[in-house]
Design a protein around this ligand. Structure first.
Ligand SMILES: Nc1ncnc2c1ncn2[C@@H]1O[C@H](COP(=O)(O)OP(=O)(O)OP(=O)(O)O)[C@@H](O)[C@H]1O
Ligand SMILES: [Mg+2]
Length: 271
């Protein structure tokens, strides 16, 4: 489903702003990912773990080419996307839903409008610019909002919704896109622990119902363990763990987070 080969990413940094990460970085660059090889199978729920700065967000952004990797290839469903013309990349992106800690919603627009935006890739440019969507698009968007329990909130402005409700709108948007892949960067980090579980339950249910491949970053270990079918630990831009949650040992946790207080912070024994 997703095949990543030899993926490296270096961010350009301002001269003088560079810190020495000891990773053999280029002079004016920040190494975020180093030679990553990873294959994600259809229907897997892969959780990325790692301390702050380990490269989780960078990897997620590379998968849908929100940022182009400096080196390496990414294949989605057998198509190498890293060399595709922009127009065709757009077609691929259509099937990739994105959920993030910051919701990435249009705060001033209604829940329904936000979910309809998930249909954009399926609508000609002119109707979408004018804000007109087909009845079919509207029906799909309304169904998705019902599925996430927001049927009462279709016309409510996103800015008037709670954090948990906002994240449900983002999930509904990914559903209305008919996503085959969902990339979720810390999808529950801005929610309280009870909502974290509710939103993760919903993401998991929807992934199972539609056989969606999930790649998510999660900060809390216990949360990650209970939703992942596979866990990948990143440290300084490299994969240091790749296995099922059952196989994650205390030693692996130290390999991922280092001998720091990080792994206590991220809840070795829960949160
Ligand atoms: N836009 C950017 N420009 C320069 N360097 C960046 C940029 N974004 C990230 N980096 C650097 O790349 C490395 C990886 O960052 P990334 O955001 O992928 O980490 P992360 O694992 O998502 O961390 P967090 O848990 O804090 O979200 C870090 O060293 C970071 O400082
Ligand atoms: Mg991040």
């Amino acid at each position: 489903m997703i095949k990543i080969e030899g993926l490296s990413h270096y961010y350009k940094v301002r001269a003088g702003a560079k810190r020495n990460t000891g990773n053999g970085d280029r002079a004016d660059t920040e190494m975020a990912l180093k030679n990553i090889d990873l294959q994600v199978r259809k229907g897997e729920r892969l959780v990325l773990l790692g301390s702050s700065g380990a490269g989780k967000s960078t990897l997620l952004r590379c998968i849908n080419l929100s940022i182009y990797p400096t080196e390496g290839r990414i294949h989605i469903d057998g198509t190498e996307i890293t060399t595709l013309p922009v127009k065709e990349v757009k077609d691929i992106r259509r099937q990739i839903g994105v959920i993030s800690q910051h919701f990435n919603l249009l705060e001033g627009a209604s829940a329904l409008k936000n979910v309809l935006l998930g249909r954009l890739g399926y609508t000609g440019t002119i109707p979408s610019v004018l804000g007109r969507f087909s009845e079919e698009d509207s029906a799909i968007a309304i169904d998705a909002l019902k599925r996430v329990g927001l049927e009462e909130y279709l016309d409510k402005r996103v800015s008037d919704l709670s954090g948990g409700q906002k994240q449900r709108v983002a999930i509904a948007r990914a559903m209305s896109q008919r996503s085959t892949i969902i990339l979720a960067d810390e999808p529950v980090s801005s929610l309280d622990p009870k909502l974290m579980k509710e939103v993760m339950d919903l993401i998991q249910e929807i992934c199972i119902e539609h056989n969606i491949t999930l790649v998510a970053s999660l900060h809390f270990l216990e949360l990650a363990k209970s939703y992942a079918t596979r866990m990948v630990g990143l440290r300084d831009g490299e994969i240091v763990f790749d296995n099922t949650p059952d196989e994650l040992t205390d030693k692996d946790i130290i390999d991922i987070y280092g001998e720091t207080e990080d792994w206590v912070l991220y809840g070795k024994r829960g949160f």
